[in-house]
Design a protein around this ligand. Sequence first.
Ligand SMILES: [Zn+2]
Length: 416
Amino acid sequence: MTVLWNARLIDGTGAGPLDQASVRIEAGRISEVGSANGARPAGAIDLGGRTLLPGLIDAHAHVSSDTLRSPGFGPPAPLHGELPRPRALGYFILAKSARALLAAGVTTVRDVGSYDDEGIALREAVRLGIVEGPRILCCGRIISATAPGGAIFKSMYREADGPDDMRKAVREQLRRGADFIKLMATGARSVVAEDPEPAQMTATECRAIIDEAHRLGVRVAAHAEGLQGTRMAVEEGVDTVEHGLSLHREPSLLDAMAQRGIVLVPTLSTFHDLADRFTGDFAPTLVEQAKRQRDEAYSTLVAARDAGVTLAMGHDSGPPGDNAIELVRMVDGGLTPLQGIVAATRGSATALGRDSELGTVTPGAVADLLVVDGDPLADVRVLNDPARVWLVMQEGRIVAGSRGRTASSTPGPAVA
Ligand SMILES: [Zn+2]
């Protein structure tokens, strides 16, 4: 049993902050949220008024040993003449990523597509207690119609055509160990030969994937950029819309999402990557397209919030540990800091279908927690400042933070 004492609690539900809060943790779950009145119980961790909130959840990440988009995080690029690097080095990079995510207070990640099943490998390494890292949910390979993107993304994709093949592709991902299904409703902004506007697969194919996934009890995430494909994904009944930047053009679709509980993961950061950050690395037409998409994504963020759509935080960028820059951008884009925090906690948990036990500090919830120095409601940037991370708990166990590094943490069971 652990007690966190004298916290400023932001519980992830959207309620305002609760000062002088006390949170009791038993068997990895929150058993009681109350008031820190009277004497501090023996053994309680005194937060000294620091802000306690649910561990952050990144609902759109790509677990990857490829650190090209994460300058400074991975090993230096090999020079001509050096021996080829062993493939297995990549798994050490994955382990480093897992550690960096935890250190940043990211306690759960939804992997929406990785090469060579790296996401599943890392998920299992964490689950089995081989490396410390966040809880990871994986889609296996992304199901796409045969498309130019398949030539670029190779083992990240499972190309399929026709409804029967789509069903088979769903079944294959489950055999691989997927926790949910991801489909490409439209082409990708990062592929010159793909127009992201029209639906890429047919509605019949999309329906087959969703029907098969839901029949077998897993959720469906749809990559959706242009309006036609996004409309198809919403009408056919996906559970989350990834990117969804065109939605501001058709408010009735946002209303439908709000009504049906379809979550939007706006991934603002990925548009900044192509439009501002790595412009030299992409074809000029893609950079120009991304500038328009970036502006549309911000319009959709606010329109979706106003329509009552549940929002989730998805970084879709690098380096690992910088995830909360997405939360900062959501607030820069017009959410209040509290709305941004809710998106990064309960909203993301809702995207994962796990909001009954993740993403809030409420009795019964899993004790995945983040304590930061400072007030994120006054300046949300404190959530993206590594120096401010005071304590990170995973299932009630201290796993990171400046307090955590000096405290004795009892080893606990691996993450389930
Ligand atoms: Zn992505």
